[in-house]
Design a protein around this ligand. Sequence first.
Ligand SMILES: Cc1ncc(COP(=O)(O)O)c(C=O)c1O
Length: 391
Amino acid sequence: MKYDFDKHIIRTNTGSVKWDHSETLFGDKDILPMWVADMDFKAPQPVIDALIEKAEHGIFGYTKGLGSYHDAIIGWMKERHKWEVKSEWICHSPGVVPALNLIVQTFTDPGDKIIIQHPVYYPFTKVIEMNGRTVVSNPLKVENGQYVMDYLDLEEKIDEEVKMMILCSPHNPVGRVWTREELIRVGEICLKHNILMVSDEVHADLVLKGDHTVFAAISDEFAQRSIICTAPSKTFNLAGLQTSNIIIPNPEIREKFSNALEANFMGGMNTFGVAATESAYRYGEEWLDQLLVYVQANFDYLAGYIETHLQDLVVYPLEGTYLAWIDCRELGLDHQALEELIHKEAKVALNQGYIFGEGGEGFIRLNLACTRSTLEEGLQRIERAIGRIRG
Ligand SMILES: Cc1ncc(COP(=O)(O)O)c(C=O)c1O
């Protein structure tokens, strides 16, 4: 089957956060939304078929999923990521962020320190701070035009109070797919200091260059001291179905997390989420492979456009995710002026870099999981707005 990612699907009046709430959030009814990380594409046809079948069955009572649900996850992890998962390792959560929140509450105490690598997906900071824990920032640094981890800074910042690290792998927003060697280095440091590694791998399937390495697949030592957060939501555009799978090889850590899920009445599953996940992992590969070709082509178009028409901007190489990370500092604007330019002048809704924390100021994050014509329109609007402020 050939999927047509050029087809424009109207998303307004569907309750979409991106398309129906941008006016309220960004204050302009003509704004073009290219921000929040979901896609303007239909999910794979087998997923849609599974959902229709479930809808037609017509009974939506409490759901736990059958053994085949876990088999589908196990099959996907094995085929796509060469990771052998055991059925009992899989815990269910309505989302990765709710899981992170619960993980922070369960495995750390108020006042404990948790390491994250800025600029990073901003809910990481939120779940740490809203639970009264302390963020320790180990900012990424740029070497030869590429973001890398700063291991020296990491070791310097570790003390007795650091109990956990939340890793973004692949990294949102900088688009890195961490190599096995990089993961081994950071993992060894965490092991040495008895720091629990929470690896958020929600973007694991969205890899354009290199290979994603599952943190827990590196060694049994790593597996026993880590929690791997996975979901079909980013990969197959299913975020609204609120289904994620938190995979925990270590039995004690898993038991603690499962108990916390029960204690918070989060043990149930979404009937449609279960059906969609199983179908996506069984039959979604063809769609995903075509999607990645489209996202890569969009990235190439963006890079070409910037080179030709937006020479003050610099786009970072995109190894993973469908989110482009663009340096606008050459424009010489502070973050309010940049925000004003993009949202008010250009009328394009993008995520401003400063929300991702240290190192994000002066950057924008642009969602490439849109039709080429949306991308063209967004870039033309930005080009015209820059032209206007330049006079
Ligand atoms: C790194 C990362 N983790 C988690 C999420 C969201 O996960 P969920 O919708 O399952 O809470 C996102 C969404 O963009 C993300 O980029």
